[in-house]
Every structure is written in C-alpha cells, then in structure tokens.
Design a protein around this ligand. Sequence first.
Ligand SMILES: O=c1[nH]cnc2c1ncn2[C@H]1C[C@H](O)[C@@H](CO)O1
Ligand SMILES: [Zn+2]
Length: 385
Amino acid sequence: MTTDDLRHAPKALLHDHLDGGLRPQTIIELADSVGYSGLPATEAEALRLWFRDSANSGSLPRYLETFDQTLAVMQTAEGLFRVASECAQDLAADGVVYAESRYAPEQHLVEGLTLEDVIEAVNAGFRDGEAKAAAEGHPIRVTALLTAMRHAAKSTEIAELAVRYRDEGVAGFDIAGAEAGYPPTRHLDAFEYLRRENAHFTIHAGEAFGLPSIWEAIQWCGADRLGHGVRIVDDIAVDGRPFNDWIESVQDEPGALVELDLGRVTLGRLAAYVRDMRIPLEMCPSSNLQTSAALSIALHPITLLKRLRFRVTLNTDNRLMSDTSMSKEAGLLVTEAGWTMEDLRWVTINAMKSAFIPFDERLALIDDVIKPGYAALGHEGPPTT
Ligand SMILES: O=c1[nH]cnc2c1ncn2[C@H]1C[C@H](O)[C@@H](CO)O1
Ligand SMILES: [Zn+2]
C-alpha cells in the first residue's frame, strides 16, 4: 500500500476542529492583516513546528493553550471565510470525501462579530472551498458542527443556533474544552433541547477523563457519538486485569495488540452497551499521544476496539497541532498497528454511517463514492458490508 493509495482512498472525517487545522502561512498572513503581533514565530515552517511541539505537552489543558494563536486570527468574516475554504480544499486534496468540521462560534466574537456572522462566514467559506476542490477534481462535502465550550455557559444558545442553521450547512452540535471538572451534565439543558428538536450531537468524552464522563455523555445526555471515547478501555479487561495494566506489561512488544487472543478479553457493562448500541467512537490516535491518552500508535486502543468491532471511526482532531492528516493517520495505523486497506474501508463506511446528514445522503456517499473508490484500488470489501 503506497502513500498515494492512502491519499486516493476515499475517507470520511467526523472529528476535525476548524481552529485546529489552519495552514501556518495563512496564520501569518491573517495576523499581518489584522495587526496581531503575538505569534510565536513569523516564518511558516517555524510556526508549524511551534504548534506541533507545544501541543506535544502530555496534557490536554496545555494542548488547548495553543488554540489562542489560531483563534487570534479567526475574528473577522474574511479570516473565517478563508480558513473554512482552505480547510475544505486541504481535506479534499487528502482524499476526504465527507467531513464534519467543528468550531465554537463563541470564541470568534472578540472583534465584534455576532454568532450568526461567524456561522455564516464559515458556511460561505466551506461552500467556496467545496467549489474550488470540485474544480480541482476532488469533490468533497463539508458540514459544520457547532461546538460549545464546556467551561462556559453558552451551550443552550449554541444548540439553538445549531437547530436554526440545520438546513444551511450545520449538521450538529458538540461540546469541547478541558474535560476534568466540566462534566457533560453541566449542559443537560442544551442536550435535552436538542433531543426534543430531533437534532444530532456528539460530546468530547473519555479523552482526558475516564468512564464517568463517557457514562454521563451517553446515559444522561444522550449523545449520538463520542468524541474520542478512547478511555472506554477502562471498562475492558484482559485475563481479568484492567486493559491498561495489561498494555503496560506489553509495552515492549509492539505486535501484542494485533496478536492478542480476543478470547482473553471481557467487556464491562458500559463498554458492552457502547458496542451493542453501535455508538460511534470518533478516535484520534495522534492527538491522544500528545495528551497522554495513549502510549503509542502500535498500542493505541483503536486497534483492540476495531478487532472487537466497536463502531470505530478514524479522525484527525487537529491537523495543525497534531501535525497530521487523514492519510497520515491511516498510514500510521498501517505501518505501526497492522491495519489493512480493508480496515480503512471499514472505518470509512463506519464514519459515513455515523455522519449527521440524512440517511439517504449517507448511503449515496457510501454506494456512489466510497465503495467504488476502494474497488478502484482493488478492495471490494466483504460481501456483507
Ligand atoms: O481534543 C480535544 N479535546 C477537547 N477540546 C478540544 C480538542 N481539540 C480542540 N478542542 C477545543 C479547542 C478549540 O478551540 C475548540 C473548538 O474547536 O475545541
Ligand atoms: Zn476534538
């Protein structure tokens, strides 16, 4: 499997932050145009490395500090339009055919934009990027997810906007930000409102914080999907021992997870519920290494969860901070965790099945774009999918 194969393989992306995926050169140009002088570097390559290295901090709160720099240049309609357009073009060039891009409108009000201005500028940027990508021969569909910051108090207002713009490019809602101390139940009003409106939402849960956060997100809040959810392995055992104890004992055996006999694995009730109910996990391996939510790509829980047939999806989280792309994430799993093109096809179809657009539109992308795309690379898939 070549790098070109990985790029050409159709990919679906459910978890990508708009403010975590800017081109370094664009940050520099936008900073110049708005008179922002706080950038830590003024040359694109140096800035790219600054984001990567600063985000490699081992902690989610420190990882999140780097967003101050991208948010500083995303406070005008022109800036938001450009960033959104380039996001769509960059994803399309990487072979992404469907993406849900999330951002928190409340973080873009510093220079006087209203929440509506922000949403409309971003939507216009996505439409522009889609048109440019199609003209380049890389059609892509991009929808927005509106995020509310979990430490703030705007979640109901943002949820109302997600509903108001649901037929104009907004596919759903999310909460993000530092997890510890801010359980999802703080935003129960927003989630109950969304459910009454038959709207879709995902919740960042089980990344920096463990099972209680996942349990609340599903059983109290009713999340359709879990952002990360990687800590669901806290409810999985190998030979009766917690998965994390086992993984530490095999740290020096990179093939251990690929070869693990699944007969030795047992699921607790919450893990079983997540799998039984086919709750999608928006997994982001490289991001998890940076925030210490996983030890290595080879030993990342995504491979165990895939083998156990949880509804696993593969995502980038923040392409700039995590120095990644969809094809890079896929390539890492292939070279370090034994993944095959069949596995990539499977997670792509999983993601498309779990998208927040209507069922018939999901099906059309699966049947008309994803399956033929993999078939063209020689991967027809098992007869049952
Ligand atoms: O992985 C993440 N966990 C929690 N919050 C995150 C993550 N990546 C980005 N964010 C935050 C920082 C952004 O400013 C915000 C909206 O995209 O979401
Ligand atoms: Zn995220």
